[in-house]
Design a protein around this ligand. Structure first.
Ligand code: GLA
Length: 725
């Protein structure tokens, strides 16, 4: 049993999860923050605190014993239940809603026990068990992991059917986050559409619910499962910010619910829309992980914590610590006209400018001459590659590059041998039309035979060819989500089963082919989330390769996800989407802010352009450790400024990069001061192009002046620490 003194002692021992028996509080502490759960006299778990770490145990509030407000707002609706289950007097968004086999739809979860595990490094875990007090033999375990150095907590839940009858789960959420009482929260979130993903938006929350979600079968470009909340006054480097993200690539939902008593609750997990799960006796359901964090130091720290967390704990281990290579992708150069000859000539050019991975995109298989046919037939098209892929792969390897290839495994064109053979392998309702989008249908990955088909063709492709990079695409959303032949009570499971099968296939492939790097793509950034980033090494953020539009797309991306996972190509000018012409240097600067790729038709690049490309790629190779693994500071946002400026520093503040982009010159405006961040205050630095040394403080407080002229001008400024004072 731990007294308060013991608790303080434990804190000195650096434990990040402790139970204080006197106060009946579980205290989860990271470097700067605390998350506190209490047990009330009726064995309910209440969340009592999430914010700045407080010095004394007595500083933390205990559970809420209020008697409620009226018969319409009783205590159950007032207290911040850590994992509210639907039943009794609860009317807000539940974490769990179940129908039992006798049609009872009511739950009352009560505490039964807990376990703390102090793990290696900086992670500690807490499990708290609850059971349904109405004896329906349902057990819920809540899991928490504290990442001490990062001020980040993960939570998820597991529901176990301990009874003799099946039960139907109608909603199961990963968890809730409660914010300190206030009625003035501002939500920052990412929204968009195809070719305009991860656009950052802000809105003040008022009473009621604001929901961001996907009902499309995959993450979707329309909203992203990430959020940040502040009191309307946080900025990049100051202010309280609570943030979170869901690790799920299927239908998801995050509800921000402000009660009429000023309590904001964030509930997130698998979308309950059209969802149900038949939980058989002795089986369990585990939710996706919901990650949350808090900082007093603004959106910049919130992003950098997420970046470090992803680098250290999310990205698949095989390649997490490797620098991402420079890719060439031939999509915009040849579209569906891929063949051995065109690809070989592009490969030679790509190698000559310093590319490290050569990727052929759509069009290499089946009868794939346009988007009308071929998906599902994953055999090499003999007209385009008469001798198969091997000679091309050998050429690419002999040129010193890895070979990569595009696939879209979850899809089928009706005009394909696969569909002619297996018209029942898709989601459909018998007798109803099968809605096509981009002339394709979605394969039913909930089926074991379909899952095995996909695994086997991928295994075959990777086993027979020296492929080191896979671009895994997904170009339409679900319709008619039927699974004929399966019991009606199981059919709505497809939303979850599809994603679980996808994860399983990728995990099995990764295990067998650990050297292969996976890129997640869904018509651009339609599948960017912490679930896919646990399994795939990087993401394609958008089909929009206009280097100016990318500044906003990449800025939004950077709020939630790390630059190492953000692939950006330099493509041809004028850009195919907006018709905008931009200098090659500007296009490089924009793409060098993440994992650099080249996507233009190199056969059309002039000698001068090839020379610029050689220089810029070699420069990128010098700076990529800082870009991909350093700290990112958003200095000037493209949403609100004529100049965009983003700074990257290595973790020690020794090497600094500032990317600056001018939109358009007006009224002969003079250069603006750009104030740097995150430098060592008393160290002396040298700014490229100047012979003088200048202190970190001066760079941060006086700033630097970058001359940008005309329209769409850009510069990359390198700054190095020379000595400590
Ligand atoms: C999607 C991807 C593109 C490209 C095409 C190929 O749109 O986002 O990058 O791979 O498919 O059909």
């Amino acid at each position: 049993m731990l007294s308060e003194r013991n608790f303080i002692y434990k804190r000195m021992l650096n434990m990040s999860v402790s139970y204080c028996e006197d106060k009946k509080l579980w205290i989860l502490e990271s470097k700067n923050t605390s998350y506190v759960i209490g047990l009330d006299e009726e064995s309910n778990l209440q969340n009592v605190y999430w914010g700045t770490k407080l010095p004394y145990v007595n500083d933390y509030p205990t559970v809420d014993f209020k008697h409620g407000h009226s018969s319409f707002d009783a205590r159950e609706g007032f207290t911040n239940l850590e994992y509210p289950a639907w039943g009794g007097l609860l009317y807000s968004e539940p974490c769990l809603k179940v129908t039992f086999s006798d049609n009872v739809r009511n739950l009352s979860l009560k505490y039964v026990g807990y376990e703390i595990t102090e793990n290696a490094e900086d992670i500690s875990e807490l499990r708290i068990d609850l059971i349904d007090s109405l004896s329906y033999k349902l057990q819920v375990s809540l899991y928490f992991r504290v990442f001490k150095e990062l001020d980040i907590i993960e939570k998820y839940s597991k529901v176990l059917n301990k009874g003799e009858n099946p039960m139907t789960i109608e909603s199961i959420q990963s968890g809730n986050w409660y914010l300190p009482k206030d009625e003035n929260y501002r939500l920052t979130y990412l929204t968009g559409r195809w070719s305009g993903e991860t656009q950052l938006k802000q809105t003040i929350l008022t009473e009621g619910k604001k929901i961001i979600e996907s009902r499309r079968g995959t993450t979707s470009p329309h909203a992203n499962p990430w959020f940040a909340l502040d009191k309307g006054n946080a900025e990049e480097e100051h202010g309280d910010v609570w943030f979170g993200a869901l690790a799920w690539s299927g239908n998801w939902k995050i509800a921000f619910e402000l009660s009429t008593f000023g309590q904001l609750k964030v509930t997130g997990g698998i979308n309950d829309f059209d969802f149900s799960w038949n939980l058989k006796p002795n089986s369990s359901f585990i939710t996706p992980i919901f990650t949350g964090g808090y900082t007093e130091k603004g959106f910049g720290v919130a992003s950098r914590s997420m970046h470090s967390y992803q680098l250290k704990h999310i990205l698949p281990k095989e390649h997490a610590n490797e620098l991402r290579k420079v890719i060439y992708n031939s999509w915009e150069a040849t579209y569906f006209d891929v063949d051995a000859k065109s690809q070989r000539s592009l490969a030679k050019k790509a190698a000559s400018i310093g590319v490290e991975v050569f990727v052929i995109d759509d069009g290499w298989f089946g009868e794939r001459n346009s988007d009308k046919a071929g998906l599902g037939d994953w055999n090499v098209n003999k007209n385009k590659f008469p001798e198969g892929l091997t000679p091309l792969i050998e050429t690419v390897n002999n040129l010193g590059m890895d070979f990569g290839i595009w696939v879209e495994p979850e899809m089928v064109n009706p005009d394909s041998d696969l569909y002619r053979k297996h018209p029942d392998w898709i989601y459909y309702f018998p007798g109803l039309p099968r809605t096509e989008a981009r002339n394709q249908l979605v394969l039913n990955l909930a089926r074991t035979d379909v899952k095995e088909y996909i695994y086997n063709f991928m295994d075959n492709l990777l086993g027979k060819n020296n492929i080191k990079f896979i671009k895994w695409d997904m170009n339409r959303h679900f319709t008619e989500p039927g699974w004929p032949g399966v019991a009606i009570e199981d059919q709505k499971e497809i939303w979850v089963r599809h994603t679980l099968s996808l994860y399983e296939i990728v995990e099995r492939l990764k295990q067998k082919y650990p050297g292969v790097v996976f890129e997640a793509c869904s018509g651009g950034g339609g599948r960017v989330d912490l679930g896919i980033l646990r399994r795939m090494d990087e993401c394609w953020p958008s089909d929009n390769t206009d280097a100016f539009d990318r500044l906003k797309i990449q800025e939004g991306f950077s709020f939630a996800y790390l630059p190492k996972a953000m692939v950006a190509w330099v493509t041809d000018s004028p850009n195919w989407l907006n018709g905008r012409a931009l200098s090659l240097i500007y296009r490089f600067h924009s793409a060098m802010m993440g994992t650099l790729g080249i996507g233009g038709n190199l056969n059309h690049w002039s000698k001068e352009e090839i020379e610029i490309a050689i220089k810029m790629i070699s420069l990128y190779k010098e700076i990529r450790p800082v870009v991909q693994e350093g700290n990112l500071y958003r200095l000037l946002s493209p949403r609100t400024n004529n100049i965009t400026a983003v700074e990257y520093t290595d973790k020690k503040g020794l090497e600094i990069l500032v990317f600056a982009f001018l939109h358009s010159s007006q009224f002969g405006e003079l250069p603006k001061a750009i104030y740097l961040k995150g430098l060592q205050a008393t160290a002396l630095y040298k700014v490229e192009g100047s012979d003088e040394l200048i202190s970190g403080t001066a760079l941060m407080k006086r700033g630097i002046y970058i001359t940008l002229k005309g329209d769409f001008d850009s510069k990359l400024i390198r700054i190095k620490k020379i000595e400590s004072i």
